[in-house]
Design a binder for this molecule. Structure first.
Ligand SMILES: [Zn+2]
Length: 279
């Protein structure tokens, strides 16, 4: 069965190795050609973000992957969901599943910002005072846990099989590392990539302290979803963007200890008492 082959230990270690190699390359690029000046010492942030990432990776391995992979295998076997009903050629069905998974992740990201209980979890990711590849793997474990039912619903409703799910998740991980990175790409290259993909300058605007700027660029892989919804912003220079959240400007407020309990504290305690406004 393709599920077993794609989710097996070799596939896992190959994927982990590729992600680690891309992360190292981006970290090297961030040192050579930084896009934004750093607020906090890099080593301290790296240790903190990777500690959060280690716990989150365990949550993904224990909860997310087994459930979503099992759901994808079941969907393929029973022909559940939207796409199997259309009886399309396999390649076309896989491509459409890839697109629909990516679009429904855009919807999830909007919900993370719009619904206060989810925003309290996602705020841990946005509270980073700098933005680099390590921010891309820094999500509160509760946010990843909350995303599991959504991911299972994505797979079941779309009818995404194991192959489409695996390809999309691999591409997504590489994209997330890339667009969070603090690498100053040549402007012409970034403009070319931004025709289709989320890029570091684009995602930098989404991490702005200014809510109006943060409410843009929600895409995680293909930026077509922001283009379609009119939420793509490319008009802000990185020099004009301050990364982080209002009310959490002191590095002592974003220590590992504070981040762990941030979602549990009343939002007024971290200066976000007002629910985010509706688009
Ligand atoms: Zn966000």
């Amino acid at each position: 069965m393709s599920t077993r082959r794609e989710a097996g230990p070799l596939g896992f270690w190959l994927g982990a190795g590729l992600a680690a190699a891309v992360f190292s390359l981006l970290t090297l690029g961030e040192r050579r050609r930084p896009l934004r000046p750093s607020v906090e010492p890099k080593r301290r942030r790296l240790a903190r973000n990777l500690a959060v990432a280690a716990v989150s990776a365990a949550v993904v391995q224990v909860c997310d992957r087994p459930l979503t992979r099992r759901a994808a295998a079941l969907v393929e076997r029973r022909r559940w969901g939207l796409l199997p009903q259309a009886r399309l050629p396999r390649g076309m069905a896989d491509a459409l599943a890839f697109l629909l998974l990516d679009y429904t992740l855009w919807v999830w990201h909007v919900l993370l910002h719009r619904w206060m209980p989810l925003w309290r979890l996602h705020a841990v990711h946005h509270a980073d005072l700098d933005l680099d590849a390590s921010t891309g793997v820094r999500f509160h474990p509760l946010e990843l846990l909350a995303s599991v039912p959504w991911r299972v619903a994505q797979v079941v409703l779309i009818g995404a099989g194991p192959r489409a799910l695996s390809r999309w998740q691999s591409a997504l991980l590489l994209s997330v590392l890339f667009h969070h990175s603090n690498v100053r790409l040549p402007l012409a290259l970034e403009r070319f990539l931004a025709l289709l993909l989320v890029t570091p300058r684009q995602h930098g605007i989404h991490h702005s302290v200014v809510e109006e700027e943060r409410d843009s660029n929600w895409s995680s892989l293909l930026n077509v979803w922001d283009r379609l919804h009119g939420t793509l912003r490319l008009d802000l220079a990185q020099e004009a963007v301050t990364i982080g959240l209002p009310g959490l400007r002191d590095p002592r407020q974003v220590s590992l200890r504070h981040l762990a309990v941030l979602p549990l504290r009343p939002p007024r305690a971290w200066a976000l008492s007002e629910p985010p406004s509706v688009v």
